[in-house]
Design a protein around this ligand. Structure first.
Ligand code: UTP
Length: 288
């Protein structure tokens, strides 16, 4: 199964993160010294993917620009001998090949994925990574899905166990565990009520899908919140071809949730040995 592209939808409004996101895309908010979406792209690269399909809109050009050369800035850095910084800036421009598709109206995550039909329908399979979900762990989250998709020759979605009181924030799956951490999906429900949830296995923003998803999404009508829900398309895909879920090993931060976003900033800053001790002292001083 050849998987060379990742679709990264970045065309949402980011209303939970207002007013910070009034003019800056949520995906460009910094987590320590990089924008959120760069962590997502780097996860794809570490999983062997070099072609990124951004599903974007008129206000989000800055995302594509981030992964392109900035010749004026580079000339300035070169002139002033800031070679380390120059190398970092150039490396971002050279990371991936970008394909950009406009989602002209933000009609939901399912609709955003459907916008990729023209560039992905001839592929064996392709990855989808939500542009504001950060993950790190033993191996990149999307790599864990790619491994299972290749060995089982089926589409795969990533899940993580969440506390019962949080199930209504997510799409939730039910299914049978066919081998440790791998589930054959029976049912998917978008944002169930706490007492109606079929499990605590929440869909997180990582998927490996086959082009069969495009027909399925065409048949979906607006669901929860009036949006075309990817979860509803995945239910049809489960019935059509079968769909597996993999429990992702690692930690996840939703950059659209302030507590998780701020924790991610501290987590990644603590990995920098030059900053770590100073940061810990300053954080301790803030605590009563
Ligand atoms: P979210 O569910 O976080 O939606 O989307 P959102 O609209 O951006 O944010 P809130 O809930 O209003 O705060 C997950 C990802 O899917 C993209 C978003 O840009 C985000 O990266 N998305 C969402 C689209 O590309 N198009 C859509 O129609 C909806």
């Amino acid at each position: 199964m050849n998987i060379s592209k990742v679709v990264i939808p970045v065309a949402g409004w980011g209303t939970r993160s207002l007013p910070a996101t009034k003019n800056i895309p949520k995906e460009m908010l910094p987590v320590y010294n990089k924008p959120v979406v760069q962590y997502v792209v780097e996860e794809a690269i570490h999983s062997g993917i070099r072609d990124v399909v951004f599903i974007t809109n008129r206000d989000k050009n800055v995302i594509e620009d981030h992964f392109d050369y900035n010749l004026q800035l580079e000339a300035t850095l070169e002139r002033s001998g800031k070679t380390d910084m120059l190398a970092k800036v150039r490396a971002v421009a050279e990371m991936v090949k970008i394909i950009s598709i406009r989602q002209k109206r933000a009609l939901g995550l399912g609709h955003a994925v459907a916008c990729a039909v023209d560039v992905c329908s001839n592929d064996d399979a392709f990855a989808v990574m939500v542009g504001d979900d950060l993950m790190f762990g033993m191996s990149p989250g999307i790599q864990q899905l790619i491994d299972v998709a290749r060995s089982e020759r089926k589409p795969v979605i990533g899940v993580m166990e969440v506390p019962q009181e949080e199930v209504s924030r997510y799409g939730i799956i039910s299914g049978e565990e066919s081998s440790p951490g791998i589930y054959k999906i029976k049912k998917l429900v978008e944002k169930p009520r706490i007492n109606d949830s079929p499990s605590r296995l929440a869909i997180v923003g990582r998927y490996v899908l086959t082009p069969d998803i495009f027909d399925c999404l065409e048949r979906v009508s607006p669901g929860h919140g009036g949006e075309i829900q990817l979860t509803d398309g995945l239910q049809l895909l489960a019935e059509k071809t079968g769909l597996l879920a993999v429990k992702i090993r690692g930690t996840r931060f939703d950059a659209g949730n302030w507590a998780e976003y701020l924790t991610a900033n501290i987590y990644f800053a603590l990995q920098d040995s030059e900053l770590r001790d100073d940061l810990i002292q300053r954080l301790k001083a803030l605590l009563p």
